[in-house]
Write a protein that binds this ligand. Structure first.
Ligand code: IVH
Length: 668
C-alpha cells in the first residue's frame, strides 16, 4: 500500500477502533463482535509495523507495549488532590448542611451525590485532546507517573472528543468479578491473594510491567476536573455531563439532590442496594453543586468545606462457628480464634475471627455450632459481634479454655490482673517461634524475606530454635527448603547479615522483653548507649529515666537476671551483632527547627512516611510526638481519613497540617 493511502487507512482504523472501545468499555453497548474488532486491530497493527512513523500515542495498538520500567517518575499535582472529611450518621450530614449554609448567602443550595468508589484516586492529563499522562494521588501533592499502566485501562480514552487541554480526576478500581477471578487464579498457583478489590487495583497499577496491569481488567469512573484552562462551567453536575461528552466514564448513579433530606434518602437507598453493584463502594460523596458556592466555602488544610464523604457502617455477615482454635503467642498468652464457615464480608472471604479471651466468649455466650454475626473491626480484622440465640438447636457446645498449653502441655497460669491464660514454659516451641517472628519484624530487626511462613519452615526443619540460630544459617540448608531458590536464599542471607549492624534499640525491641515496646526500647538505647550498660542497670537507674515506669523497669531487671538471657546476649555478641546505639543523642537534636519544643500528634494514613519514621524525624528535630489531642498539642498532622482526632483538634483550635506541610517542615 502507498504511504498516503496507508496513512488514511490508519486514521480511519484508529477512529473506528477507539469508537468500538468506547462503546464497549464506557457505554457498555458494543456495536461490533469481538471478532470484527480483532480483525481491524490486526489490520492496524500490520500497517503500523510497515510504517512505524504512523504510530501515534492515541492509537489503540498502544494500550499495551514496551518494556517494563525500572521505577515510576514522580509527578507534581499543581492543584493538590485532597481528601474528604467524613460523616458517619444523619447528624453529621445535617451539621455539614448547616456549615455550608452558614458559609454562604446563597439560599438555593443543591448537592450532587456520588457513589464513593473503593479504589484509588487517579489524575489523567490530556493535551490538545490526547491522553498524555496519568498519575496516582500519592500524598496529594506528589504522585507517581503510571501512564503506561493506565493506558491499559480500556475505559480511559486515549483521545477525547474535543481538543481540550484538561486534567481530570477519578477513581480506578477493580470490578468484584475480576477480583474474584484474579484471586482464584492466584490461589491455584499457591500465590498470595489480594485482601480486597482496592488492594488488587492498587497492586496492579503499581506494577512496573504494563503487561500485568493489562491483564487485570481495571476500570475507572471520572468525578472531577483538576487543572483546566478553558473551564467556565458553573456547576459540578454540568461538569460531569461535560466529562461524559468528552468520552469519559462517569458514574451513572450520580444524582442531584435539592436538599439534605433528599441526600439522606439517596444514602438510605444505596445502603440497601450496595450489594447489587458490580464494584465496591465504601460510602457516598456529597458535593455542593454550585461552583460559585464551592469557591466561597473554600478548603480547610486537608479537605474542601463544600464536600463530605458519608462512610457506610461496617458490614456484617451471618455464619456458623464450627470450632474454636487456640494459639500460643510470643508472651505465652493463649488466644482463642473462631473457625467459621466461609462467608463473604466487605469484599473478602472470612473464615476466622478473633475471640480475644475466655471472658469475652463467656460474656457473649459463644458456643461451638452457634450462628454468629461477624463484622470487620475498622473494616479489617473480623470479629464476632453477637450470637443469634434464636437459631440455637440445643446441640451447641459451651467452650472451656484448656488447663494445659496446646503446644507443650505445661500447665497454664492466669497472672494477676490479667484476663489471658499464659503458658510460662520458656522452652515452649510456640513461644520460641512467635518470639522469632517478632524479632525479625519491621519495627524490630527488620529482616526482609523472613516472614511468618519462612520462620515456621525453619522451625519445622529444626534449623532454628533461638534468635542466635538465625545468624548461623547456612546457604545449603536453606536451599533444601520448599520454595527457596538461589535468589531468595541470597537475599535472605544478605538481609540477616545487614541486620547485624542494626542500632541497639531494634535489638532491644526484638528481644521481646515484656512491656518494652519500640518506644521504650528507643528511650533505653538513647540512655544507656550500650547493651552492657543496660544489663548492669538496677531498678533505681531505670526508674530514674523519664517515661520508664516501675513495671517496665522491674520487667527489664528480671529479664536480664536470667542466666539463659545472659548467655544469649553473649552468643549474639560472638556472632557479631552490634550492641551499640547508633542514633541521635541529645546534642544532635536541632533546637531551631519548626518542631523544636512542639508537641505533635499524628493521625490518619500517611502516604510517604511510616508512622515510626515520621516520629523519629520529628524527635530528631526536637519535637515530641504524643498520641492524643489535648490543649497541649501544638500541631496535628492529619493524613488521609483522619477521624476524631482531627475533629477534636479543630474544636481546640490546634494547628492542623497535612502530610506535605509536615514534609516541608521536616526538610526546612
Ligand atoms: S471527590 C476534593 N468523588 O475518596 C475532592 N472522591 O477521601 C476529593 N473517591 O481520595 C475527591 N469516589 O479517592 C470524590 N465520587 C467520588 C469518589 C471519591 C471515591 C475517593 C477518592 C478520594 C477519597 C476521598
Amino acid at each position: 500500500m502507498e504511504k498516503e493511502t496507508a496513512k488514511q487507512r490508519v486514521e480511519a482504523l484508529k477512529k473506528e477502533l477507539n469508537q468500538y472501545n468506547y462503546e464497549y468499555h464506557v457505554l457498555d453497548k458494543p456495536s461490533v463482535s469481538d471478532y470484527e474488532y480483532d480483525v481491524k486491530m490486526k489490520e492496524l497493527k500490520d500497517l503500523e509495523e510497515e510504517y512505524p512513523d504512523l504510530v501515534t500515542p492515541d492509537s489503540p495498538s498502544q494500550r499495551v507495549g514496551g518494556e517494563p520500567l525500572d521505577a515510576f517518575q514522580k509527578v507534581q499535582h499543581n492543584i493538590p488532590m485532597l481528601s474528604l472529611g467524613n460523616a458517619f450518621n444523619e447528624q453529621d450530614l445535617r451539621d455539614f448542611d448547616r456549615r455550608v449554609r452558614e458559609g454562604t448567602d446563597e439560599k438555593e443550595i443543591s448537592y450532587v451525590c456520588e457513589l464513593k468508589i473503593d479504589g484509588l484516586a487517579i489524575s489523567l492529563r490530556y493535551i490538545d485532546g490526547i491522553f498524555e499522562r496519568g498519575a496516582t494521588r500519592g500524598d496529594g501533592r506528589t504522585g507517581e507517573d503510571i501512564t503506561r499502566n493506565l493506558k491499559t485501562v480500556r475505559s480511559i480514552p486515549l483521545r477525547i472528543s474535543e481538543e481540550q487541554t484538561i486534567e481530570v480526576r477519578g477513581e480506578a478500581f477493580m470490578p468484584v468479578k475480576s477480583f474474584r477471578a484474579l484471586n482464584e487464579a492466584k490461589e491455584a498457583e499457591s500465590k498470595d491473594v489480594f485482601a480486597n478489590p482496592r488492594n488488587a487495583a492498587a497492586g496492579s497499577l503499581r506494577q512496573l510491567d504494563p503487561k500485568i496491569a493489562a491483564q487485570r481488567n481495571l476500570d475507572i469512573f471520572v468525578y472531577s476536573v483538576g487543572e483546566w484552562e478553558a473551564g467556565a462551567i458553573a456547576s459540578h453536575s454540568e461538569r460531569l455531563a461535560y466529562l461524559k461528552q468528552l468520552g469519559f466514564k462517569v458514574n451513572p448513579e450520580t444524582k442531584t439532590c435539592e436538599n439534605i433530606d433528599e441526600v439522606i434518602e439517596y444514602i438510605q437507598y444505596w445502603t440497601e442496594h450496595r450489594p447489587e453493584l458490580s464494584y465496591e463502594i465504601d460510602g457516598i460523596v456529597i458535593k455542593v453543586d454550585q461552583i460559585a458556592v464551592q469557591e466561597e466555602l473554600g478548603f480547610t488544610a486537608k479537605s474542601p468545606r463544600w464536600a463530605i464523604a458519608y462512610k457506610f457502617p461496617a458490614e456484617e455477615a451471618i455464619t456458623t462457628l464450627r470450632e474454636i482454635e487456640l494459639s500460643v503467642g510470643r508472651t505465652g498468652a493463649v488466644t482463642p480464634t473462631a473457625i467459621l464457615d466461609p462467608v463473604q464480608l466487605a469484599g473478602t472471604t472470612v473464615q476466622r475471627a478473633s475471640l480475644h479471651n475466655e471472658d469475652l466468649i463467656r460474656e457473649k455466650d459463644i458456643r461451638i455450632g452457634d450462628t454468629v454475626v461477624i463484622k470487620k473491626a475498622g473494616d479489617i480484622i473480623p470479629e464476632v459481634v453477637r450470637v443469634d440465640v434464636k437459631r440455637r438447636s440445643g446441640h451447641e457446645e459451651p467452650f472451656h479454655m484448656p488447663t494445659h498449653c496446646p503446644e507443650c502441655g505445661s500447665e497454664l497460669v492466669r497472672l494477676e490482673e490479667e484476663v489471658a491464660l499464659r503458658c510460662i514454659n520458656p522452652n515452649c516451641p510456640a513461644h520460641l517461634r512467635e518470639g522469632l517472628i517478632h524479632f525479625v519484624s519491621r519495627n524490630a530487626m527488620n529482616i526482609d524475606g523472613l516472614g511468618e511462613k519462612v520462620i515456621k519452615q525453619l522451625f519445622e526443619h529444626d534449623l532454628v530454635q533461638t534468635i542466635a540460630d538465625l545468624y548461623k544459617l547456612e546457604r545449603e540448608e536453606l536451599l533444601k527448603l520448599e520454595r527457596m531458590g538461589e535468589r531468595s536464599v541470597s537475599n535472605l542471607l544478605d538481609a540477616i547479615e545487614t541486620s547485624r549492624e542494626n542500632s541497639l534499640e531494634r535489638l532491644l525491641f526484638g528481644l521481646g522483653i515484656r512491656y518494652v515496646g519500640s518506644k521504650a526500647a528507643q528511650t533505653l538505647a538513647e540512655q544507656f548507649k550500650h547493651m552492657d550498660h543496660l544489663m548492669h542497670a538496677d531498678l533505681e537507674d531505670l526508674i530514674a529515666i523519664q517515661d520508664i515506669g516501675e513495671k517496665v523497669a522491674d520487667s527489664i531487671v528480671r529479664y536480664f537476671e536470667k542466666p539463659q538471657v545472659k548467655s544469649l546476649i553473649q552468643e549474639l555478641k560472638g556472632l557479631g551483632l552490634n550492641m551499640e546505639y547508633k542514633g541521635l543523642t541529645a546534642e544532635d537534636i536541632d533546637t531551631e527547627s519548626p518542631f523544636s519544643g512542639k508537641t505533635v500528634v499524628l493521625t490518619g494514613k500517611l502516604e510517604q512516611y511510616s508512622r515510626s519514621d515520621a516520629k523519629k524525624q520529628i524527635a530528631a528535630l526536637g519535637g515530641k510526638v504524643t498520641t492524643s489531642v489535648s490543649k497541649n498539642t501544638d500541631i496535628l498532622v492529619a493524613g488521609e481519613d483522619a477521624g476524631s482526632k482531627y475533629d477534636k483538634a479543630q474544636e481546640l483550635g490546634v494547628t492542623i497540617w497535612d502530610e506535605q506541610q509536615m514534609i516541608d517542615a521536616l526538610s526546612e
